[in-house]
Design a protein around this ligand. Sequence first.
Ligand code: UDP
Length: 432
Amino acid sequence: MTQTTAGLRWHRKPASRDKPWVVHVNTTATGGGVAELLEVLTVDERDSPYESGWLLLEAPAEFFHFTKNLHHLFHGGGKPSLLQSESAAIYRGVFLAPFSDLLSSLQPGDTVVLHDAQTLGLASALTPFGVRIVWHCHVGSAEDGPAKAALWSFFAPDLAKVDAIAVTRREYLSGAGVDIKIREVSPAIDPRSPKNRPLPKSTQKELLDGLGLHGPCRRPVGYRLWQEEPLPQDASVVLQVSRWDPLKDMIGVLGCAHALPAETHLILCGPDPDEISDDPEGGEQLQLVLDARSGLEPHLKRRVHVLALSLQDSTLNALRVNALQRRADVVVQKSIQEGFGLTATEAMHKGKPVVATRVGGMIDQIQDGQNGILIDPANAEEFSSAVRRLIDDPGIRAGLGQAAARSVSEQYLMPRLVEDYRRHLIARKKTI
Ligand code: UDP
């Protein structure tokens, strides 16, 4: 159903008023790294000093066209002129909606965390309720320039209302000119979640069979698959899982198909774009990938499988991604820009060797040659030869994979993120 008005609704309401609330706000319950984090971060352990909640901001399609441009501006691209256009009024207008019925359940001592630029405009509407306002910025790039400058001037009034900022990498906020404390906070994963928990071989096989990858599936549910022939059970597999976004460079991965060793298959997997209202470019990007695949020579085309997964059943989606990551011999993330890259973390946790670009959060996660491989995003040959080397050498794969799993367990598990929030971001008597 097309959304025509703006609104806030509880995706997870705090269970009681016995403790202060920490309420996270974003624009989608599924699809992308922020939803992935909130899925775990909003479930409190019994000893938690607060009750967590999750609010979804719903808005008309034009709002998300505007915020997609914001996303590109954060990465140094996009059109700065749109910040002065009528569509800016659409963004501002969304936050004038009558939210107060819902927001009036907030109390001083509560914390509201606004995730990314889509929800930052809510800061003004929150100030009358006396809550602590945190902005958590998950995206950005090291580049400074007119795009970033235009963004910071657009958001200056909102940032003035914010009490604390969390950001994946401090450099993403360069030029923002804010004088409040900024905390660098890396995302994390939950090894017990359906996305990451160990899967028995039989379950893994069942999940892959259920996607039709190994041959026609009797009851194809919740996915679309484009493949010429079934994936052989013993074929080597290179996998990229990501949203259909130009910055993820699925097309670039596909362009390297010719350089893969013979009988190595490539799986490109992303969410069904029709289900993600806050990412209006997804459908177009998936179509570009399918068109590029259609243009491949038959002997290459039969080794490229494109999967669009439904997110409606989030547990099934998570289990399917889990099974795909475990099936892969090499996981790639060829992003042109990458805020953090949870897909790399998830694969590394599963002991997979990852080939990723030397951008954003990948640089934090991967020490080149030790727990994965980093390549230049503009160098397709470097990417292809790294993948080829790993496919050809099980010893290197195993070594990198083991080191990868170790580094995730040391740095990127949920308890660390929960502790970062408690110590640095959430309201308490003595604040930062
Ligand atoms: N994801 C998923 N199904 C898909 C594609 C992606 O569940 O079909 C998940 C993926 O496993 C990861 C998240 O979406 O947890 C993407 O996070 P990441 O930080 O890699 O990128 P973002 O989308 O936030 O830019």
